[in-house]
Write a protein that binds this ligand. Structure first.
Ligand SMILES: Cc1cc2nc3c(=O)[nH]c(=O)nc-3n(C[C@H](O)[C@H](O)[C@H](O)COP(=O)(O)OP(=O)(O)OC[C@H]3O[C@@H](n4cnc5c(N)ncnc54)[C@H](O)[C@@H]3O)c2cc1C
Ligand SMILES: *[C@@H]1O[C@H](CO)[C@@H](O)[C@H](O)[C@H]1NC(C)=O
Ligand SMILES: *[C@@H]1O[C@H](CO)[C@@H](O)[C@H](O)[C@H]1NC(C)=O
Ligand SMILES: *[C@@H]1O[C@H](CO)[C@@H](O)[C@H](O)[C@H]1NC(C)=O
Ligand SMILES: *[C@@H]1O[C@H](CO)[C@@H](O)[C@H](O)[C@H]1NC(C)=O
Length: 599
């Protein structure tokens, strides 16, 4: 069955910094070079934009280009090839247009671009490719002005320094997976980390901390399927905790948000296994963070938020032994609403059972269609996974719900992953939200959660045909890894189900329509999920940008410490991603364009 994903598919800077005094003395931060702006009766101090006189002169960009080895590019959206012109240049090119139009829905193609986003809403959809020639000019929308296609850490350092000294909005772009649009930003200078593809496996880790087992150092640009493949080529084969999505980056936004995936119930969150990070800090310094060097930063990088504390160059992670893995798929498709929702309840109300057996489940839920592919049973054979899931199938039979299902066993996790996880696609425009449910929520409020799912997965929802639904995960990282000293919301340790909600809306829709969609997502769909889960939380990587009380929802009791660490390592807000620690004073004014601080 085809996957739905094919449709949308200042202070004391730590000792390491001070030790590289030669570099730090070279940086001259500016924050006051742009004009004061008044917006809705309030005064703001903004980053410097291309329409301001503070914008760097052509010669300055050219010098930067030399410093970064010719890897600086003025952004021309790939879709421009389908339009008459862009910034006054004739851009129409039938072949390039056709290539962009074909690539647009492919995650791999998107990941390889300088700056596009797979989930296009936040770019404003101003230069999307199309099958037919568009007889008009296209514009950048919210895509960056310039991009550094960084090849070395020095390129990243140069980019950070240039942004800091010129007060530019700095953006970090890895694969462009961010559902919440945080790898795009109006008027910005982007640093693209996608070419950092180095991977080194070791049998015995010798770095700081108590851990002595096997480990892997992963460059920022590595995507999970390529990492899983390399892990499966080691002798003995090893497993890395990464995402379910084959093309998501591991060391970028993913691990900084915490990182769940097919082995997360069995081994824990990705961030639980980080041993060391190499980063470029807000002052452009090269900094290592681990149990001995800069332990505060180390703690924060493990789940404290994407693009918040530095540009990650690489992360070293524990690896684990391969295990035989079983998998089951289950599909329920019916127009009989009563039967359908009985089926959903039979499945979802048993979330605790699955995670207590170390299982992970990926599923998609739309009105009348539940597609579960797969239930993952680490360290299980076919007979074992069938016996764990027997109560679900007994219930479906008792309730007269018809379904299709199959079970398989594999000698490794990697074989299971390759066979059972479906490729995903890109190019969908919409807003996302989400909710994490704890075991207590499932046990006490299971039916209420399923009822809330009816709201979340209900039809086209009067949004001009915009579809809505749930991308669901049964995941309980507390099973294999009861405690871990990191910034991940403590509620994850009690989790048994995590759902992404989504609602379709065009990025070039009128503001009022965007506002209506956002309101509906936050105050109706996500509200129903929140109300059904008093012990739940939310996930910063796959959440709602308008999440009420987001600091608490995304980090719980870890937030105050994260805020302190942000103030120490990036007091001036060089790094910015919406709803991450320390961004309270910042706002994208003038219809989500200029990033500014209230004065
Ligand atoms: C189809 C799909 C499937 C997904 N599956 C999973 C999953 O299984 N598990 C899960 O936990 N999440 C999943 N996610 C969510 C994913 O973890 C986040 O979108 C994550 O932020 C993506 O990181 P990225 O670096 O690949 O993407 P990008 O969009 O390039 O970056 C995302 C964010 O991280 C920042 N960032 C990127 N690189 C760096 C860097 N080197 N240093 C510092 N900051 C950086 C960016 O500025 C941005 O804020 C999925 C998303 C999609 C679209
Ligand atoms: C940077 O230099 C390279 C190589 O000379 C060139 O192709 C590119 O266009 C330059 N970038 C800018 C922004 O001028
Ligand atoms: C993005 O779209 C909104 C309308 O939805 C518009 O107000 C805004 O100016 C656009 N911004 C850019 C940079 O295209
Ligand atoms: C790793 O450590 C183990 C036990 O400490 C030891 O037996 C093994 O030989 C070491 N392996 C390598 C490759 O050094
Ligand atoms: C996790 O669950 C335990 C037991 O119900 C509870 O005491 C604890 O407060 C929960 N932690 C969080 C962060 O929800």
């Amino acid at each position: 069955m085809e996957s739905f994903r094919s449709l949308f598919s200042s202070l004391l800077i730590a000792s390491t910094v001070l030790s590289s005094a030669a570099d730090s003395s070279a940086i001259h931060p500016r924050q006051d070079n742009a004009p004061l702006v008044t917006w809705n009766g309030k005064q703001y101090r903004c980053k410097c934009y291309s329409t301001d006189s503070c914008w760097p002169a052509a010669t300055a960009w050219s010098t930067l280009n030399t410093t970064v080895g010719g890897n600086l590019f003025q952004v021309i959206p790939p879709g421009a090839a389908c339009y008459t012109s862009f910034k006054g240049m004739n851009t129409y090119n039938q072949q390039a247009c056709s290539a962009a139009n074909t690539g647009w829905t492919k995650e791999d193609w998107q990941a390889d671009q300088q700056v596009t986003n797979m989930w296009t809403f936040w770019t404003n959809n101003t230069c999307n490719p199309s099958a037919q020639r568009q007889n008009r000019e296209c514009t950048l929308g919210n895509l960056p002005e310039y991009a550094i296609m960084a090849k070395t850490k020095e390129h990243i350092q140069a980019g950070v320094k240039f942004a800091v000294e010129n007060n530019l909005r700095l953006l970090i772009r890895n694969t462009g997976h961010d559902f919440m649009g945080r790898s795009t930003g109006y008027g910005s200078l982007a640093i693209n980390t996608h070419s950092f593809k180095s991977v080194t496996f070791v049998k015995n880790y010798t770095g700081p901390g108590n851990y002595k087992g096997s480990a892997v150092t992963v460059g920022a640009g590595i995507q999970v399927r390529e990492l899983y493949r390399q892990a499966a080529q080691q002798n003995p084969k090893v497993v890395v905790v990464g995402g379910e999505c084959p093309t998501v980056g591991l060391a970028g936004g993913y691990i900084q948000g915490g990182g769940h995936g097919p082995m997360a119930s069995y081994y824990g969150m990705a961030a639980d296994h980080a041993l060391s990070f190499d980063i470029v800090s807000a002052t452009g310094e090269f900094v290592t963070a681990n149990a001995e060097s800069n332990p505060d930063l180390f703690w924060a990088l493990k789940g404290g938020g994407p693009s918040t504390f530095g540009v990650i160059l690489s992360v070293t992670l524990k690896t684990f032994p391969e295990v035989p893995t079983a998998a089951v798929s289950l599909d329920i498709t019916t127009t009989d609403q009563t039967k359908f929702w009985k089926g959903v309840a039979a499945f979802h109300n048993r979330a605790n059972l699955y995670v207590e057996n170390g299982m992970f489940v990926y599923y998609e839920l739309f009105s009348g269609r539940l597609h579960i592919q797969p239930f993952v049973g680490p360290n299980m054979n076919k007979a074992k996974i069938e016996s764990v899931l027997k109560p679900v199938f007994d219930q479906l039979k008792a309730d007269g719900v018809s379904y299709t299902s199959s079970a398989r066993e594999f000698s490794t996790f990697f074989d299971m992953y390759t066979a059972m996880f479906e490729d995903e696609s890109a190019g969908f425009s919409g807003l996302v939200g989400g909710r994490l449910f704890t075991k207590k929520d499932i046990a006490e409020n299971g039916d209420k959660i399923v009822n809330a799912y009816k709201t979340a997965a209900g039809g086209s929802g009067g949004l001009g045909g915009g579809m809505q639904g749930i991308i669901g995960h049964i995941v309980g990282p507390g099973y294999g890894m009861p405690t871990a000293d990191n910034a991940v919301h403590p509620a994850w340790r009690n989790a048994s189900s995590f759902s992404i909600t989504m609602t379709g809306v065009e990025g070039n829709a009128p503001l009022s329509q965007k506002a209506t969609a956002q309101d509906r997502l936050t105050n109706m769909i996500d509200k129903a999920l929140r109300d059904a889960s008093p012990n739940g939380a939310a996930y910063v990587n796959e959440g709602n940008l308008e999440e009420p009380n987001w600091q608490q929802a995304f980090w719980g009791s870890n937030y105050p410490r994260l805020l302190e660490i942000k103030k120490k390592w990036d007091p001036n807000g060089v790094f910015y991603a919406r709803t991450t620690p320390g961004t309270e004073d910042w706002e994208s004014i003038q219809y989500n364009t200029k990033l500014c601080k209230k004065v």
